[in-house]
Design a protein around this ligand. Structure first.
Ligand code: FES
Length: 166
């Protein structure tokens, strides 16, 4: 007479132990690596193509941002230009000068913020810092200065224009 076996049917159909199911074969791991590498390569290629074939449009003309009274010394105002989604920041520095920069860090595009009283612009993502007077990098990983706009104060109105090449 055959011995009664208490093994459930599913275990007979799927005869693998838990340890075996958790193991990743070399082939599976290689597939995963290829997939991730391919995805990264495709993403980098798209970014390279976009920046090569669709460069950022130059800022044309003069654009009103705000009235001088709306921005006290040490104050900032975020703005975009018509027809563009690029974020900018207008800064009324403590020495009464005005500056406007792209509000995207040149490292990995985090938003940057002016730290009143320090003369510096901070990128909180990786502790990057820029000089608020020049836009130059003073600390951290950003590879380039912040792109700037010219600021023109006419009477009580503040305008920006595209930066002229030096
Ligand atoms: S994104 Fe600004 S320092 Fe990294």
């Amino acid at each position: 007479m055959a011995q009664q076996d208490n093994t459930p049917d599913w275990k007979i159909d799927f005869p693998y132990s838990t340890v075996e199911t958790l193991q990743v074969s070399r082939r599976q791991f290689a597939k995963f690596l290829c997939l991730v590498s391919g995805g990264l390569m495709a993403g980098s290629g798209l970014v390279a193509i976009k920046s090569s074939f669709f460069p950022e449009r130059k800022v044309e003309g003069e654009h009103f941002v705000c009235n001088t009274a709306a921005l006290p010394v040490g104050g900032t105002r975020s703005f975009t230009l018509p027809g563009s989604t690029v974020p900018y920041i207008l800064i009324h520095l403590e020495n009464d000068e005005w500056r406007a920069y792209e509000q995207k860090c040149t490292h990995l595009s985090c938003a940057v913020f002016y730290k009143p009283g320090t003369g510096r612009i901070e990128c909180p993502c990786h502790n990057g810092w820029f000089d608020a007077l020049t836009g130059e990098v003073v600390q951290g990983p950003p590879p380039r200065p912040l792109p700037a706009l010219n600021v023109i104060v006419k009477g009580d109105a503040v305008y920006v224009t595209g930066q002229q090449p030096a």
